[in-house]
Design a protein around this ligand. Structure first.
Ligand SMILES: [Cu+2]
Length: 827
């Protein structure tokens, strides 16, 4: 058996020489081969910075954001001293670098944290070349500025270019990152309002999408949010619009593009000539001419561009949700503009998803986290397998790969007339499709639509094909590959696939190596901002055990509406795509909404490695795992228990709200972690009515919680003479269509049912209402003679206008307090 394994190893080593054979050996500490030492010192400090029009406290590396570029040559031994001059602990992770486990830089998991005032020495042999980066792995410090680039030159020149330029993309907030996360946890829509990406009811109705909205609400979703956070600026190398005029016409420049954002994915486009993509995540790929390219958080792509004779290249990186753009200009002269990518249309996405019968709302928090329900979950949620749309969607992954089908379009059709308005290239209108598939047969009957991602106006390009129900969305911009033209349904997210990446050499593993299969459904709850895998956040799970010298194959099945760029520390994995044996190797893979991606890697290492979504706010909310070779823990980590890291993804966040109005005043306080929540509520009407309540509640799963506590209210209307205090227990449940249901009973055995709801009707205006009905059957209290029961109804309704993140104007009517208006303050 050992012999076979050894042989298998040799075969892999023989056919994969991307980093030389070292990749398939265990990483070893120390400068075993006496490679030349290349030393750096990084000093991390807190500094006032101004990145988006406001002086705020940031975290700098050697005084700047981003930190300096670390340059190495393959075959050097890196020694990096990281000095912490802040008053909080820190760490540095070397993203994409193959290195000994102890120096990977995840505090409390593999590496000790760097305490205030201390210096940590990282050291590792440089066994690879390419574009990488480093960043703090402590809490949200990367968002504050602790990140920088790594450029490793190969031993021998592999690519033809003259010079290079690092393009570090990032997102910037003027808020404290932890308060951003707190705001996400409290679940208000402010960031979407600020970005102009909220989808209030008036817009939904105006677009005829109320049915789709109901479909979302039924599944307890507000809408199709693409990004969570409002950023006042997106940056290239720390600036909003940097210029690089020093390059000369005709020079071939290798752009080393790194997405060092905390949570932003970008669509990149280039002005000037067509750029050549030469490398992804540090590793060279089959060069491909490509312009519009999606870059997920933590990915790197290298492009070679030629500086034009006249004009400067515009490089645009538009945040995926269209909320902003970072731009760089390379060269001299007039701007050679890059294509402006259309903002995504969230309402149209909702409509498409509703049509596709996606079942959303997989639990981010399960009732029994230890119970294995991965496969049930995968079967129940996601795309529903009925009807043609589903076939289309599936085909995107599997059947649609190798054969082709031409779609003939009559020249005299209305389609053709309309197509003249677009710049669509007819000759390339070919769709890949298996001839013998169900799809082929069903096509005529289907509502199949062509959809283009470059579509600048999502509404005006609907074209009806003659003689059928089919319609097409036609591009208004140049279609440079077949990949950009897809059927609606499958097309919606397939623009995010990696089929354009082809490895230079066969990356497949020998078939004799045992394979361990792992299914991870990516799950999330936007309202509570909990992110998890298989409905289990990091704090409720064990490590994922893998085996040395085996292949681990992980299927990532995204059951959320968000993209998740998943990063595995210390390894490169194959991202299985249409290139089969030549599937590319990456360290970060984006899993688009409702899509499935399979990765696999060979287990050559030891120790524990972090595997997580690289959207920092998702990682910090539970979407992370420890992948473990199940080898003994490093004795140097004894003082640094991994439980500390785990707890960071399950912290308590608290928030309050105060309404000060002409008829009443109300105070609310919530402190919440993943499972537990404490609430304090007090309302007082100037007409001498009051109610106060303190409850503890426990989430059994996303939508169901049990609670108990104390309630205080006046017994007689408009009088504080009799105050009654009762103990209460009950359940709270978020119903389909997003109603909060509260069913409870007090110690006087009076049952009560309550229902409440809030709806955003205009971009900044929400309406709200609640209704409570309490019955007293006289089981404890004495009822007036002749009465079988007494009841009490409390209701209110109102309207709220959001002035800012912290302030709203409100007006309401409450049947106890009357009508009035005032100010709401969130803090
Ligand atoms: Cu994520």
């Amino acid at each position: 058996m050992k012999n076979i394994k050894y042989k298998a190893l040799l075969i892999i080593m023989g056919c994969q020489t991307i980093f030389g054979q070292n990749l398939y050996e265990k990483s070893q500490e120390g400068n075993e081969e006496n490679w030349p030492v290349h030393e750096y010192t990084l000093t991390i400090n807190k500094d006032m910075v101004n990145k988006a029009g406001k002086d705020v406290m940031g975290m700098t590396v050697n005084g700047t954001i981003p930190g300096p570029t670390l340059e190495f040559t393959e075959g050097e031994y890196a020694v990096i001293y990281v000095k912490n001059e802040m008053d909080v602990e820190t760490s540095v992770h070397w993203h994409g670098i193959i290195l000994p486990n102890f120096y990977d830089g995840v505090p409390y998991l593999t590496t000790p944290p760097i305490l205030p005032g201390k210096t940590f020495k990282y050291e590792f042999p440089i066994k690879q070349s390419g574009t990488y980066w480093y960043h703090s792995h402590t809490l949200l410090q990367e968002q504050s500025g602790v990140f920088g680039s790594i450029v490793i030159k190969p031993k021998e020149k592999l690519l033809d270019y003259d010079t290079d330029l690092v393009v570090m993309l990032s997102d910037w907030t003027n808020e404290k990152p932890m308060s951003v996360l707190r705001n996400l946890k409290r679940g208000n829509e402010w960031y979407q309002m600020k970005k102009g990406t909220s989808t209030p009811l008036n817009r939904v109705i105006a677009r005829g999408a109320f049915g789709a909205q109901l479909n979302f609400w039924r599944q307890r979703m507000e809408g199709a949010d693409l990004a969570d956070i409002y950023y006042p600026a997106f940056l290239v190398n720390g600036q909003q619009q940097p210029e690089y005029p020093s390059f000369k016409a005709g020079e071939k420049v290798r752009l080393r593009i790194i997405n060092g954002s905390a949570s932003t994915q970008f669509w990149m486009t280039f002005g000037g000539g067509m750029p050549t993509l030469v490398s992804a995540d540090g590793l060279n790929v089959e060069p491909v001419q490509k312009n519009k390219t999606f870059i997920a958080v933590a990915e790197t792509y290298d492009f070679i561009v030629t500086i034009p004779q006249n004009g400067k290249i515009e490089l645009r990186a538009m945040a995926q949700d269209g909320s902003g753009t970072a731009t760089a200009f390379i060269g001299n002269g007039d701007v050679l503009p890059a294509e402006v990518v259309a903002k995504p249309d969230k309402i149209q996405m909702m409509q498409q998803m509703a049509k596709m019968k996606m079942k959303m709302g997989a639990h981010a928090l399960k009732f029994q986290p230890k119970k294995d329900e991965r496969f049930e979950m995968k079967k129940e949620y996601g795309m529903q397998m009925d009807g043609m749309q589903m076939d289309g969607m599936k085909m995107d992954h599997s059947k649609m790969k190798h054969s082709k089908m031409k779609m003939d379009i009559p020249k005299d059709s209305t389609l053709n007339k309309k197509m003249d308005h677009s710049k669509m290239d007819h000759s390339k209108m070919t769709m890949e499709m298996p001839k013998d598939s169900m799809m082929g047969n069903k096509m005529d009957h289907s509502k199949m639509k062509m959809d283009n991602n470059n579509n600048n106006n999502n509404n005006n390009n609907n074209i009806n094909l003659p003689g059928g129900k089919a319609g097409m969305n036609v591009a208004t911009t140049q279609i440079d590959s077949m990949d950009t033209m897809q059927m609606k349904g499958m097309g919606m997210f397939s623009e995010y696939n990696y089929d354009y990446l082809k490895a230079l050499e066969n990356t497949s593993y020998d078939k004799t190596i045992p394979v361990k299969e792992i299914l991870l459904n990516l799950t999330g709850n936007m309202a509570r901002y909990i992110w998890s895998m298989n409905g289990v956040p990091l704090s409720e799970t064990d490590q994922i055990k893998i085996n040395h010298e085996e292949v681990t194959r992980i299927t990532l099945n995204n059951l959320t509406m968000m993209h998740h760029p998943m990063h595995l520390h210390g390894h490169f994995f194959r991202v299985i795509n249409k290139n089969g044996d030549y599937s590319p190797l990456k360290h970060t893979v984006n899993v688009p909404p409702m899509q499935e991606v399979t990765i696999e890697f060979y287990g050559n290492e030891y120790g524990d490695w972090f595997f997580h979504c690289h959207i920092l706010y998702h990682m910090m909310s539970g979407m992370a795992r420890v992948i473990s070779y199940d080898t003994p823990r490093d004795p140097r980590m004894e003082e640094f228990p991994v439980s500390k890291l785990v707890k960071e993804a399950d912290m308590f966040y608290s928030w309050s709200m105060l309404d000060a109005a002409s008829h009443m005043t109300e105070f609310n306080f919530v402190a919440s972690n993943i499972r537990n929540q404490f609430n304090i509520m007090a309302e007082y009407g100037w007409n001498q009515n009051l109610e106060a309540e303190v409850t503890y509640e426990r989430y059994l799963h996303d939508y169901l919680r049990i609670f108990g506590g104390v309630n205080i209210e006046n017994e007689m209307e408009d009088s504080l003479d009799e105050i009654s205090t009762t103990a209460i227990v009950g359940v709270r449940y978020l119903t389909p269509y997003l109603f909060n249901l509260d069913v409870r009973i007090d110690n006087k055995l009076r049952p009560q049912i309550g229902l409440s709801r809030e709806i955003l009707i205009f971009p900044r205006t929400a309406i709200f209402g609640s209704y409570e009905y309490q019955v007293d059957f006289g089981w404890v209290n004495d009822l007036p003679v002749g009465d079988d029961f007494a009841n009490e109804v409390v209701w209110n309704a109102g309207i709220e206008y959001f002035l800012s993140r912290n302030f709203s104007l409100m007006a309401s009517y409450d049947n106890r307090f009357g009508a009035g208006g005032g100010l709401s303050v969130r803090f």
